[in-house]
Design a protein around this ligand. Structure first.
Ligand SMILES: NCc1[nH]cc(CCC(=O)O)c1CC(=O)O
Length: 309
């Protein structure tokens, strides 16, 4: 076995660093290794440099991973810690998502300023979100609400909320918990009416496919059920072509070796939505997701996908 520090690559945001440290802590516990067996290397990605426009316009998902994947391919780092939600459905040749940590709570959280819940917000209230899915879901449930673009880190958003620029904002509960900020949440949105993004709440670890040392290292921290749920959700996304301009929600639950999947695609204005569900053995998790994606795609029709592209 190769010796030397294990280099963990991550973006530099507070959430990314929290996820890298959590991964390191789990590896230390699983293998009885000291902290200095690992080095956390911060890598700036093109996505981190874009602050002024929606990411969907700037090129979407790969923006947060390209430079980190290059560092893996170059051998500058040994493993990379990501939010599964931000990962494209395909990895570059030679890299794989080798492990998923046990998933956090998948729900979206509302942080209300002038009212604590989506329902209680006043008529014509303003909600800030940069996620196409959250924007479309809000418009579907509350057509009177005006949704405005909202980016930046959690602190920036909370400042805008405190300044009264918006009445509420939405973030992934998982991220807030990892940042130790769960207490700012005023409502947790139910998964049935407000389904999460595929991959939400799950940390994944990417590495070189032929790196046996890292493969062995990750084996004890991989969470089987999370991996199965993610296989289903990512296959759903792939069947829909992962278009980052389409609001897509998808959530798989694993119970007693069975997978239950619920997916939803919407037009950005929330006026048209197509729901789909699927179920079966975990052995078929990816097939169930792909099949659901193909069915909902056929049902929505080509006009649905062309209407805003
Ligand atoms: N796109 C940013 C992003 N990627 C993952 C999370 C949250 C953590 C997670 O879903 O695991 C967030 C922030 C958010 O959506 O509030």
């Amino acid at each position: 076995m190769q010796t030397g520090q294990i280099r963990i690559g991550t973006r530099g945001s507070a959430l990314a660093l929290a996820q890298a440290r959590e991964t390191r802590a789990r590896l230390m516990a699983a293998h009885g290794l000291p902290e200095d067996a690992f080095a956390i290397e911060v890598i700036t990605t093109s996505g981190d440099r874009i602050q002024d426009r929606p990411l969907s316009e700037a090129g979407g998902k790969g923006l947060f991973t390209k430079e980190i994947e290059q560092a893996l391919l170059d051998g500058a780092i040994d493993l990379a810690v990501h939010s599964s939600k931000d990962m494209p459905t395909n990895q570059p040749d030679g890299l794989i998502l080798g492990a998923f940590l046990e998933r956090e709570d998948v729900r979206d959280a509302l942080i209300g300023g002038t009212a604590p819940t989506l329902e209680a917000l006043s008529d014509g209230a303003t909600v800030g979100s940069s996620s196409l899915r959250r924007q479309a879901l809000i418009r579907r449930l509350r057509p009177d609400i005006s949704v405005v673009m909202f980016r930046g880190n959690v602190q920036t958003r909370l400042k805008k909320l405190a300044d009264g620029q918006v009445d509420a904002t939405l973030l992934a509960y998982a991220g807030l918990r990892r940042l130790g900020m769960a207490d700012i949440v005023t409502e947790l949105l139910p998964v049935d009416s407000f389904p999460p993004a595929p991959g939400q709440g799950a940390i994944c670890i990417e590495h070189r496919q032929d790196d046996r040392r890292v493969e062995a290292l990750l084996q004890p921290i991989h969470h089987l059920e999370t991996g199965q749920a993610l296989a289903c959700e990512r296959a759903f996304l792939a069947a829909l072509d992962g278009s980052c301009r389409t609001p897509i929600a998808g959530h798989a639950v694993i119970e007693a070796d069975a997978v239950r999947f619920h997916g939803l695609i919407l037009t950005p204005d929330g006026t048209e939505a197509h729901e789909v569900s699927g179920a079966g053995s975990v052995a078929r998790a990816a097939n169930i997701g792909r099949d659901a994606g193909e069915r909902v795609r056929a049902r929505a029709g080509t006009r649905f996908f062309e209407s805003w592209s």
